[in-house]
Design a protein around this ligand. Structure first.
Ligand code: CTP
Length: 402
């Protein structure tokens, strides 16, 4: 069972607000993730964006009315409701929120919604005074009581000229919330720390020593843990990635910065997962001024950085779970199990780097999990998002001594 959205059937409900243009981009992102999306638009939504745009991007007919003449259309809303694995209504106007809180079914979208049994995400977007109104707030509470998920609107400048909460969040943020609908909430109430990316060790103000870590594996784990209900702290060296929404992000640069951040956050964590590719060496002397090539020596004197994971292992409480990563070019089992013991880990993920589909910059990964009890588990090639969830499944299964 995959917790990611690839291959899932999703219904996108679009209602009549200025922000309907953002739903076009949301649809594009959903399709890019490998989902099948069916779009239902209200008549008002069609005044803002043409159904043709949604049809072209989803490669499916857009449903606008219950009263189409084809046989298929007659019970289409029931069929789509049975098939849907998640529904997202973006933007959700005060009108649709009120109708669905009250059980009113007077058009295609509201009728469809009464037949839906899968998880539903509402993305309210409207003027901030409308959003704050007692009626809308009461209706949102009712939708929450029904078990639906609400994505808070962003605060900012609104189309009506006022400033305040009411803006539809950006499409990647909505996509992230849709992905969250598919994850179990087995990490609710847990604090999870993830380290990711490379570190940079300065030679002078314009040069550094680093490595090609992209941060993708660590960010995928942080995102997956947040989807599973954890309070996530992501401590990351410099990467080109955007931190996942809803995650506490602590950017760092050097191994020493990362050590300080990790050790200061450690005590409140139940789970620590260290994917970061920490530099093992740094220049012994950092020049405060740019080193000119005429003056540069040809040898750079290096010193060891702190082994952060080893320090964490030494301070680990019995009820904390510690996971390390080992990127190896050869002799993986011996190196990974050696690190598992010396750093006092519960689990280490061994990666053989060197192929294009696994390791540093790839979107997929191939790994072996080595456990404290001496057992191991070989994992086939899969996306880093799926591997992140699989790792969390295994972490959830580790018993700690309280
Ligand atoms: N690690 C760390 N601090 C360091 C070096 C590594 O916390 N200074 C962590 C990494 O985040 C990873 C694990 O230790 O989870 C293994 O890292 P790796 O670079 O594979 O191992 P090293 O212990 O550095 O050993 P070597 O480079 O000799 O293989």
């Amino acid at each position: 069972m995959s917790y990611t959205i690839q291959g899932k059937h999703i219904v996108l409900g679009v209602t009549g607000g200025i922000a309907a243009y953002k739903s076009v981009e949301l649809l594009r992102l959903l399709v890019k993730e490998g989902t099948t999306v069916r779009v239902i638009m209200t008549e008002n939504a069609c005044n803002f964006v043409g159904p043709m745009t949604f049809e072209a991007l989803s490669r499916q007919r857009v449903c606008r009315t219950l009263f189409e003449t084809t046989d298929e259309a007659a019970v289409q809303h029931i069929h789509w409701a049975q098939e849907a694995q998640a529904v997202v209504i973006a933007p959700a106007t005060a009108n649709i929120i009120g109708k669905l809180a009250g059980g009113i079914a007077d058009d295609a979208l509201s009728t469809f919604m009464l037949a839906v049994t899968c998880p539903v995400l509402f993305c309210p977007a409207m003027n901030s005074d409308m959003y704050a109104s007692q009626a809308v707030q009461r209706n949102l509470r009712i939708l929450k009581e029904f078990g639906h998920v609400l994505l808070e609107p962003d605060a900012g400048e609104l189309a009506c000229g006022t400033t305040g909460p009411g803006r539809l969040p950006d499409p990647p943020v909505i996509l992230n919330a849709v992905q969250g609908l598919f994850a179990p909430k087995d990490f609710a109430g847990k604090n999870v720390m993830v380290t990711a990316g490379p570190t940079r060790e300065a030679i002078d103000p314009v040069r550094f020593i680093s490595n090609p870590s992209s941060g993708k594996m660590g960010y995928a784990i942080a995102r997956a843990a947040a989807h599973r209900g954890a309070a996530v702290t992501l401590i990351s060296g410099p990467t080109a990635l955007t931190p996942p929404p809803g995650v506490r992000f602590v950017p760092v640069t050097s191994a020493a910065d990362m050590a300080a951040a990790v050790l200061s956050e450690l005590d409140r964590q139940q789970v620590v997962i260290k994917t970061a590719a920490v530099a093992d060496f740094r220049p012994a002397v950092v020049s405060p001024l740019k080193v000119k090539k005429e003056q540069a020596e040809l040898t750079l004197s290096l010193e060891r950085t702190q082994d952060i994971l080893k320090a964490v292992g030494a301070r680990k409480r019995r009820n904390q779970i510690l996971v390390g990563f080992a990127a190896e070019t050869h002799d993986m089992e011996r190196s990974a199990t050696g690190k598992l013991k010396s750093k006092q880990l519960d689990l280490i993920v061994g990666n053989l780097i060197g192929s294009a589909d696994a390791g540093f910059c790839a979107d997929t990964n191939r790994a072996t999990f080595y456990y404290k009890d001496g057992t191991s588990e070989k994992i086939d090639l899969m996306s880093k998002a799926d591997l992140a969830h699989l790792l969390l499944d295994r972490v959830a299964g580790i018993k700690t001594e309280d």
